[in-house]
Design a protein around this ligand. Structure first.
Ligand code: NAP
Length: 428
């Protein structure tokens, strides 16, 4: 039997939520009191010197009119370098301009090109995770200064100005965090989208109240904003996805099928922070050594699906109520088979073709991160705090060669399933 039990021994227990609630205005907005939509705070109270800045490098820097980007000209094609593409313009006071330094590659970057989804126009600029330096400040939000090293998850795929596969990208300040000095830019480049997906899966789909650990309560925020602010195809998930009394809470088990993905890496750390008991299903031959030191209470090998299901049902006494699948509809079906009555299953990459009585299916309402400022701002503010206090470890990364020009080859490796247990990033 391939079964490993690992008790979490990281420093999460030393975490002081009280201190964090004092540090961030965002967190007090999202506390237990009833929430009303409020403007984004103009100033974070975090001391600026604790974040990376590169003012010297910028003293003689002029923003050019043109830049090199990577363009997709059609479904199924390779991305093509375009050296004479306009640098994107800022359109409102909340936006700023970033000189991109690192780009994190996500599975969606090759899947959307191969299968033709999430591409609102051609030619298209892809790329969702980026780290860079602020080169033009926002007019309305003075938290981010020229020279600050920042990162964003650019989930707003319809707005090419915000995409990552280019030398300069626009970002809304409520979708930004600064990179703390002690944290690797390269590793942070692989973090953004996975963090957003993990928080929304826990905080919206499974109804977790993250304020108890200094985070936001995104479901409560969404209930407090005007319904028309919420993307229409995600209203059901956001407002009626789970009842308050059903929500996941400290001490509950959570199953993560596909425990080696970046999303699982982040999700399990947040789950442990909350006090959940985490089960990860992984290929133990590949990941057993690494993950046995990580944030799971129980690792289960995925070699024999029936045996894995039997183990999970036995350990949880048939009462498992929460699961997240990170691989696809087939494994989501396997995760469904582990759940007991009155349960909730989140599919990051697909849900089972057939439901099961008493099991509710959920998808991550990711658009809310860029469409609802209160949601995006609260997530990025918390992320900055977690990184600054060493409470969240970004994924392991590998820097692929060739900068923008190396992305095609790196995506090929992802297509072939050659990237395992880490993010690939490129450095510009
Ligand atoms: N709905 C949303 O909003 C949302 C947000 C974020 C991510 N996602 C989706 O969630 C999934 C996980 O994303 P991620 O960024 O966390 O993944 P990731 O870090 O790129 O995942 C890497 C792991 O996935 C497994 N893998 C790689 N290629 C595979 C393949 N062809 N078939 C099956 N498994 C494969 C490998 O596991 P092993 O090495 O163990 O084999 C690898 O270690 C993706 O499908 C992504 O598109 C959705």
């Amino acid at each position: 039997m391939s079964l490993t039990r690992t008790i979490e021994t990281t420093s999460f227990s030393t975490f002081s939520s009280t201190r964090l609630k004092r540090t961030f205005q965002w967190n007090s907005i999202n506390g237990h009191r009833s929430v009303s939509p409020e403007p984004i705070p103009k100033k974070s109270r975090i001391e600026l010197h604790e974040f990376q800045t590169e003012e010297k490098q910028l003293s003689s820097f002029t923003i050019p009119a043109h830049q090199t980007v990577l363009l997709l000209h059609g479904k199924g094609q390779r991305y093509v370098l375009e050296p004479n593409y306009p640098v994107p313009n800022i359109k409102n006071d909340e936006e700023l301009l970033i000189k991109v330094q690192y780009i994190g590659l996500n599975p969606i970057d090759w899947k959307s090109a191969d299968f033709g989804f999430g591409i609102p126009q051609l030619p298209y600029i892809s790329g969702r995770d980026l780290v860079g330096i602020v080169v033009r400040e926002s007019q309305s939000d003075s938290r981010f200064k020229q020279g600050d090293v920042v990162f964003t998850a650019s989930t707003d795929y319809r707005d090419l100005r915000k995409s990552a596969y280019q030398q300069f990208a626009v970002a809304s300040t409520f979708n930004l965090s600064r990179v703390p000095k002690a944290v690797s830019r390269e590793r942070v480049a692989g973090l953004g989208v996975a963090f957003v997906a993990a928080v929304l899966a826990l905080g919206v789909c499974l109804g977790c109240d993250l304020t108890e650990v200094g985070g936001p309560n995104p479901r409560r925020i969404l209930k407090s904003v005007k319904p028309e602010a919420i993307p229409v195809d995600q209203i059901e998930e956001c407002l009626r996805g789970i009842e308050e009394e059903d929500a996941i809470k400290k001490g509950d088990w959570i199953l993560i099928w596909g425990g080696s993905t970046t999303s699982a890496h982040v999700l399990s750390q947040l789950a442990k922070l909350i006090g959940l008991c985490v089960i990860k299903v992984v290929d133990m031959g590949k990941h057993g050594a690494n993950l046995s030191q990580g944030s799971a209470d129980l690792l289960v090998d995925n070699y024999d699906y029936a045996r894995a299901t039997e183990i999970i049902r036995k350990v949880t006494d048939g009462k498992l109520r929460f699961a997240v699948d990170t691989i696809g509809s087939k494994t989501a079906g396997l995760a469904q088979g582990c759940l007991g009555e009155d349960s909730h299953l989140v599919g990051l990459s697909g849900l089972p073709a057939h439901g099961s009585p008493g099991i509710k299916h959920h998808t991550v309402p990711i658009k809310n991160y860029h469409e609802v400022q209160e949601v995006g701002g609260s997530l990025m503010s918390w992320l900055e705090t977690l990184l600054k206090h060493g409470q969240l470890s970004p994924p392991d990364t590998e820097v692929a060669p060739g900068a923008l020009g190396g992305i095609n080859d790196a995506l090929d490796r992802m297509r072939r399933g050659e990237i395992s247990g880490k993010r690939v990033v490129v450095k510009l």
